[in-house]
Design a protein around this ligand. Sequence first.
Ligand code: BES
Ligand code: MN
Ligand code: MN
Length: 457
Amino acid sequence: MSAINYIKDNKQKFLDELFDLLRIPSVSADPAYKNDVLKTAEFVKESLIKAGADNAEICETAGYPIVYADKIIDASLPTVLVYGHYDVQPADPLELWDSPAFEPVLKDNKIYARGACDDKGQMYMHVKAFESMMQTDSLSCNVKFMIEGEEEVGSENLEIFVKENKSKLEADIILISDTSMISLDTPSITVGLRGLSYLEVEVTGPNRDLHSGVYGGAVANPINVLSQMIASLQDDKNRITVPGFYDKVAELTEAERKALNDAPFNLDDYKKDLDINDIRGEEGYTTLERTGIRPTLDVNGIWGGYIGEGAKTVLPSKAYAKISMRLVPNQVSDEITELFTNHFKSIAPDSVKVKVTPHHGGEPAVTPTDSLAYAAASDAFVEAWGKEPIPTRDGGSIPIVSLFKDALGLDTVLMGFGLDSDAIHSPNEHYGVTNFMKGIETITLFYKHFAKRSQNS
Ligand code: BES
Ligand code: MN
Ligand code: MN
């Protein structure tokens, strides 16, 4: 039997297993789920053993463990290192889910659950592709798996693990499914990811909450001040005003910009999907450019003062915001964090005190399109989808991609099968059954073409 037929025959089994995986709430950000996160690591390890791996192990870290497994069939064959993550984002706000986040359901041929797409569904495609090749004696490359449980909280311990296990992780290419494709009609391969700089700011006014009548008008209100400071971070062209912010931004050539904008994109559908009357972004760039190759600054959360029922007249002592900046080549996360911190402090009026605390960050990445592995991925898409995939730049971040290049000297192929509309990180996250099944096929075909092209090179 061919691997492709094995996949088709086992559709229901694959889905049942994925549902079991999705039922474990592996929320890495919230310590209340600690046991579930650990249980998920066990589940992944067991599934890799059942699929045919040797040496499957739970590798302890200072945080959540990394699941490592491999199958080395012949040292002379190329080795694929699969990376994925078994942790998920918190499911909040729970009341906005149509069905419970950790009770997966099938609706309109889509799987609804937290992690259905990001990344349990996409990661599990690799386990099932591996099983399908093992069961049909058609595995044509060595394979190593490294599945972590802290991606959604910054991958700090993975960084240490990678640096300490360079020989264990020796490979020819890294293969990741944790990004999106354009649509079921237009397959694509992600060749760029943005970096991230994330910080929290605290603005303090008076030493205690005050009566807003007794003191209002005479003492700085930290919420008013924070709002003005935030508003000043973008100018009337929606460019970021932090001095030096754009200094290292790589500008694309006209030809590169044209290629990027050749990807199908319908502005009306985009606005309709999000229920917005208009879009907004940096002047002089298209939507695809704004999310793919331009840096951003966004407030992710803002709080302070009285937010309970009814009205309380109060001039608060403190105001807070969480601010993220998405970065593009060749910006450097730590440098941008420093530029922001200095600027933010410099624009604060004397009437308040400002504290800036950096959170995790990560570097942007671009992956080559002229490599043997990219060509093999392209072959796989052509065979599975009947169309040549378009190279695209995604706006999200997978910080370890640049780390893999720096620490292991390895390039990555980002073979993602999600759709932007899958609502990852949002209520009602889902993943198409077609994406899941065709993804497994495409991954299987990647191994075939990667082995073939490696042999001929
Ligand atoms: N899988 C996503 C990243 C992603 C999503 C890339 C869609 C391309 C398209 C990943 O799990 C993620 O959410 N990353 C975080 C960064 C991390 C440091 C918390 C992100 O992009 O916010
Ligand atoms: Mn992910
Ligand atoms: Mn994510």
